[in-house]
Design a protein around this ligand. Structure first.
Ligand code: PGA
Length: 235
């Protein structure tokens, strides 16, 4: 595991974008696993900048996102599909049909979950998976639990996650209580993992995840068993 202590958020974003750009240079047909949240926003801005400077093209890139809220349609500004379109995809030459985000607004969420695993499988798995980390140690929306969930599944969000994410909503009540998330299996099968953690408030959980016991109570701790993880942290 490689751990980089970045000077500040700008450096973290630049270094993360560099790793993604290198991946695209090595393989312009890469499958990128992408994340939402505040942390990757700077990285996405850097990617857009590089695209505008004609340093990179995304026309053959495919993406799979980690998760989506249950009950939010893709045109809901709080949905993760909306987030990805408005913070990244709309500014690149990526083909929208090559970008995948779980559908949280379907009657049959179980078959949607199965379908999502098939999509990842049919793409040949993930070359580089970008991750944030929740204050409770979640990756994607794999919340602390008694076991690691291998496949894409529906999850009840923890009070900590609901509270943390309420900053994007009018109030806590409005935060969906469930999400559909890629499982630990697809994340662990990604060839490379890039975990970003921004801010002093993430330091404690990051230490637990990287140096503590490997336990589903701290889902990110499973990454200790992955053989190609880069972590970028800044206070
Ligand atoms: P954040 O979320 O980037 O908004 O801190 C990270 C996460 O919950 O995975």
């Amino acid at each position: 595991m490689k751990i980089i202590n970045a000077k500040n958020y700008e450096e973290l974003s630049k270094q993360a974008a560099d790793i993604i750009l290198t991946q695209i240079k090595i393989n312009p047909f890469s499958v990128l696993g992408l994340a939402t949240g505040s942390t990757p926003l700077g990285t996405y801005k850097e990617l857009i900048k590089s695209y505008n400077e004609k340093l990179v093209y995304f026309k053959n890139i495919k993406t799979v996102n980690l998760d989506e809220y249950v009950g939010l349609s893709p045109d809901n500004p709080q949905s993760y599909r909306y987030f990805m379109n408005h913070n990244l995809f709309d500014f690149l030459d990526i083909k929208k049909e090559n970008t995948f985000v779980p559908n949280g607004c379907t009657k049959n969420i179980e078959s949607e979950a199965e379908n999502y695993d098939n999509i990842i499988k049919n793409l040949g798995g993930i070359d580089l998976q970008l991750l944030g980390i929740g204050l409770d140690g979640h990756i994607g929306f794999n919340e602390p639990s008694n076991c690691f969930f291998k496949n894409t599944h529906t999850v009840n969000l923890t009070p900590s996650t609901i509270k943390a994410n309420s900053r994007f909503f009018k109030n806590e009540e409005e935060v969906p209580k469930q999400a559909v998330t890629m499982g630990i299996g697809a994340i662990m099968q990604a060839k490379k993992v890039l975990l970003l953690a921004n801010g002093k408030q993430k330091e404690d959980i990051l230490n637990k995840a990287l140096f503590g016991n490997i336990t589903p109570k701290v889902p990110a701790s499973i990454l200790q068993l992955h053989n190609n993880v880069t972590v970028i942290f800044c206070e």
